[in-house]
Structure formats: structure tokens, C-alpha cells
Write a protein that binds this ligand. Sequence first.
Ligand code: HEM
Length: 397
Amino acid sequence: MSDMATAYAEDPHGIGARLREAGPVHQVAMPDGTSVWLVTRYADVHAALADPRLSLSKRNAKPGGYQGFSLPPALDANLLNLDPPDHTRLRRLAGPAFTARRVAELRPRLEAAAQRLADGLAADLEAAGEADLVAGFATPYAVLAISELLGVPEESRVRFRDWTAGLLGAGATREGMAAVVREMYAFFTALVAEKRADPGVDLLSALVAARDADDRLSEDELTSLAFLLLFAGYENSANLIASSAHALLADPAVRAAAAEGDGAGIAALVDEVARHESPALLAIRRFPVEDVEIGGTKIPAGDTVMLSLATANRDPRRFVAPDVVDTAREDLQRHLSFGQGIHYCIGAPLARLEAEVALGVLLDRLPGLRLSASRTAEWRPSLRVRGLAVLPVVSGG
Ligand code: HEM
């Protein structure tokens, strides 16, 4: 990676603030050497997220520019690479599974999973005195939640973590990514075949039925959607949960506020941490279909535009004291962490519920939980995601 990219991956908020205050739009180099336009301020990022002139389809990209992951067609035909009308059709198919009502039905299963994992964490704490809340709770919980929804068999779930490290980690190489993509491709096509042969009551079986009955989505679209839901569905959620736990354990005032209001305090914390840490640092790359002006800069059609959700979320032009975690903000949900416009995160209600349940159960089951005094939490260096690599905790009795 270039020096700048390495510095950003290690300190996205610090470097991001410098870029945002230096100007609204910068031309920066991605690790592969390609050049992109980075948009840093809230008003511009907010408007650009919902701007129909900014396409997500690679068809509108200049050859040789930064295009994001290179995936085979069976994984690439997903919502985050499509514009209307294909996007609209696919989103309608997946939408019903993610309504607030459908998501609320998952609550008992999420609570049971969180209880089980919190028991495990408590046992680890008792045995070893210290445990890692990321590996011991947040990650397995988020994997479990999305796997339940999609109907991914238990024995396959362990591989997700390696895949995301291979794709999103700072040390991800082109060859490593290609190998991961091949493995994911094999996994998702096999999973679709299994659901076709033996349908369950899960989302993936419903999508297979939609494909087979009415031909409303192609086979590539089906595997791509399954891939996107799984991939988008757990890494960000695990990071939001661990970051929220960290915020809560790091500051007694935040912890006290979270305990208020019979769950309302926790809900507020989850949104405030979503803003403050921005699990997805950047939105998906976009390609202008015509020349556009953003923040006073003319960006030619076909160039690559990156929208920085993290710097927008800490823009002092939009949020008062943006670097402080303050669950009493009036505009708690005005962050851009779930995007905006037609690509607004379909999983946002699930992500919020998952995090609220997880933190509620943790506080209940382990009221003495504290940050370890001997080992500090470590953030994973990455250009794309903001998440803790380890969150060492102890039980204060
Ligand atoms: C804390 C957790 C999450 C965060 C921070 C997050 C963030 C985002 C963001 C920023 C976008 C918009 C990307 C863009 O426009 O460039 C997005 C879209 C999306 N997210 Fe999430 N997400 C989270 C959880 C989930 C979950 C749990 C699921 C599914 C189970 C999910 C599925 C999706 C899908 C399918 C899209 C594409 C929607 C579309 O293009 O219409 N996400 N997410």
C-alpha cells in the first residue's frame, strides 16, 4: 500500500479529519495504484449517495479505473453493482424478508444465541480471567444471526471470518482475494443447489423458489444476492457490536446512559456508535454517467467516486462535537452509516436489532464486565471497514 493508504488504514478518523478539513474532494490513489475521487463532507456525501447520475454499475466505469472487487458473474450481479430497473426488481424480491415486522420475529432466536454466547464468555472469563469479546462473542453472534436468516448450515459458518480477512484485511493480496472468491463461488453455488433440492423456511429457499417459479431473477442474480446478504450481513454487524461494547465499557457515563429507558438507552448507543465509528468507512464505489460537480470539483463521467461515510459522520458542519460519543444527540439517526437513497442498507433494521439484543444480554448476564487493564483493544487496519481486531475484557465481579 502507499504510505498514505497505510496511514489511513491505521488511523481512519485522524487522517480522514485532515482530508475533510483540507477540502471537500480529493484525488487519491488506491492501493492498486488507480486513482479515485474521495468525497469527505456530510452535505456532499449525503447528496451523492442518492444522486441517480452516480451509477453503481461497472458498465459506466472507464476502463482501467478502480472498480472494487473483481468477482465472477455468479457473485457480481448483486444490488450493489446494479442501477434501476434491475436494482428495483431485485430489491423488491429481497425486501419482504427485511421489514421491521419480519426482523422482529427473529428476536427470540437472537436472544437465545446471545445468551448462549454470553454464557460461553462468562465461562472463559472464569477460567482464564480475561477473554476477547470479538472472537468470543461479537463475531460468532453476527455469523449466527445472518446464517439463521439465510439458512446456512452450521458446519459452513466458520469459514466466513477467513473470507472477510482475505478480502478486506490490510494484507489482502490480489492472489489471496482470487482464491477466496473461488472458494466463495463454490460455496454459494453449492448452497443454492442444496436449497433447491431440500428447501427450508429460510430466506434463501424463498429466493430459490422465486427464481424457479417465476424466473424473476437469474441464476447469477440468485447466488449474487445470497453472497451479498451474507457478506454485507455479518462483518459490519460484528464490528458495530464490538465497537458499541467498547464505547460502553470505556466510559462510565456512556454505560450509565445505555442502562436507561428500558432498552432505549442501548438503541441510542447503537446508532451513536454507528455514527462515531462507521463500520463501513466508505460507500460502494460509484461512476458518474455524465460529468458531475461535487464540492466545486468537476468529476468526469466514468471516473471512480468514493464517498467517505466515516468523515461525513464526523463532519463538524453537521454534528455538534462529532468526535464525542453522545447518546443524547437530537439527530442520532441522521448519520450516513447505512447509506442513503435507493441503496440504503436493506439490513439496517436487522443490524440495529442484533446489536440491541447483544448488548442488552451482555449487560444483563455480565454486569461486572470491564475493559482489561493489561491488554488494550486493537483496531484492525483497513481502508474499508472499521472494526476491533481484539477487545480484551475482564469480569469485575
Ligand atoms: C452495522 C451493520 C451494517 C452496516 C454499517 C451496513 C452498511 C451498509 C451501507 C453503507 C450500505 C449502502 C452502500 C452504498 O450505497 O454504497 C448498505 C447496503 C446494503 N446492506 Fe448493509 N450494513 C449493515 C448490515 C447489514 C445487514 C445485517 C444486511 C443483511 C442481512 C445488510 C445488507 C445490505 C444490502 C443487501 C445492501 C445493498 C442494498 C441495495 O443496494 O439496495 N447490511 N449497507
